[in-house]
Write a protein that binds this ligand. Structure first.
Ligand code: MG
Length: 361
């Protein structure tokens, strides 16, 4: 794309795999995560402008590893030297010619290209993507633990200003009921509770559990059944009054279309690391918007502030992304690159009006 009279060209793609210990481990029904995982990308251009991106493989969700993600990005580099990073459709076509799937690797390059797009256009990314708003409200996630410990964390988050909590569940009916009852009693009735079972339940078990939990005032339940069980997801959605959201069942726009056709969900959770970046996330959001299905934007627990900041720009830019679960950086002791979403837990993420993603060394 020609902005300001000349095309940008990619001259080099640097990849640095990085893994750092989280402030504390977080447990979900699929397992425990205790480290960030990030292939940090810097795309150099012939004008000296550098774009920053991140591929953060959440192995429990996408099956990718950090080493494989970094290797895949190095393979992309061979195809992308000399290409204009603003030509995002072409960039993705070239990456797809190198590797099937590999969403985290593609996301790393995609984010860096959008950062370059903003820097070249001298606009923040949220303006490029639609400019609906310049801030996002995020929830805070509470990992699986004993009910009292979870209630303590819930109260701490409320004291930090969070009015929406995302509670991880899925270790058995009795334990899940005890968790939600204890947390609701601790935080009172004004706090919004959304749940995430991370595929833990069989369809009938999900219906039974969700119908029992509804007495505690539940905003929505994320991914109650196995990611591949779309009929099961439809069964759950049709048999509970609590809204149901897909996460692991929707990686890309094809998945979104399949879920919409099956009327399987009320909401869709988009994550850049599942879909391959902003380019594909916009397609998912458009399909959902046309079907009257609002989206949430989420992040991997393993992400750093680069991925989370890119997701926040996308969420701010688009009207149909009405919810955000962008709390990964609050569990870190350091940022990958200064700028963007910070380390201090805050429900309101306000984006800077600096060009690109607002990150700089
Ligand atoms: Mg989830």
């Amino acid at each position: 794309m020609n902005i300001g009279g000349n095309e940008l060209k990619i001259t080099k793609i640097n990849v640095a795999p990085k893994s750092v210990k989280l402030k504390e481990p977080i447990t979900i029904s699929l397992g425990t995560i205790d480290h960030s995982m990030s292939a940090i990308v810097e795309i150099e251009t012939d004008e000296g402008i550098i774009g920053y991106g991140e591929g953060s493989p959440g192995i429990l969700i996408t099956g990718e590893t950090l080493k494989g993600t970094a290797e895949c990005i190095q393979l992309f580099e061979k195809q992308l030297i000399g290409v204009d990073p603003l030509d995002t459709e072409k960039i993705h076509s070239l990456m797809n010619s190198v590797a099937a799937l590999a969403p985290s690797a593609k996301t790393a390059v995609d984010i860096a290209c959008y950062d370059l797009f903003g820097k070249k256009a001298n606009l923040p990314v949220y303006k490029l993507l639609g400019g609906f708003d310049s801030s996002v409200r995020t929830d805070m996630t509470i990992g699986i633990d004993d009910p009292e410990r979870m209630a303590e964390k819930a109260k701490l988050a409320v004291s930090q200003g969070f009015d929406t909590l995302k509670i991880k569940v899925g270790t058995g009916f009795t334990a899940d009921i005890a968790r939600i009852k204890t947390i609701r009693d601790a935080v009172g009735s004004n706090i919004n509770l959304r749940l995430d079972a991370n595929q833990a339940w069989k369809p009938k078990e999900a219906v039974n559990t969700i119908n029992h939990l509804s007495q505690y005032g539940i905003e929505l339940v994320e991914q109650p059944v196995a990611y591949y069980d779309i009929e099961g997801l439809t069964f759950v959605t049709n048999n509970v009054s609590t809204p149901i959201m897909s996460d692991e069942s929707c990686f890309n726009s094809k998945d979104a279309l399949r879920l919409i056709k099956a009327r399987a969900v009320d909401f869709v959770n988009i994550k850049l690391m599942k879909c391959g970046g902003i380019h594909e996330a916009l397609k998912i959001n458009s399909i959902c918007e046309a079907a009257g299905v609002e989206c949430m934007i989420g992040c991997m627990v393993e992400e750093t502030n680069i991925g989370v900041t890119a997701a926040a720009h996308l969420a701010a830019a688009t009207k149909n992304i009405t919810r955000a679960d962008l709390d990964a950086t609050f569990g870190l002791n350091e940022v990958a690159i200064p700028g963007g979403v910070g380390l201090e837990a805050t429900s309101l993420i306000s984006l800077s009006d600096k060009a690109g993603l607002g990150l700089s060394k």
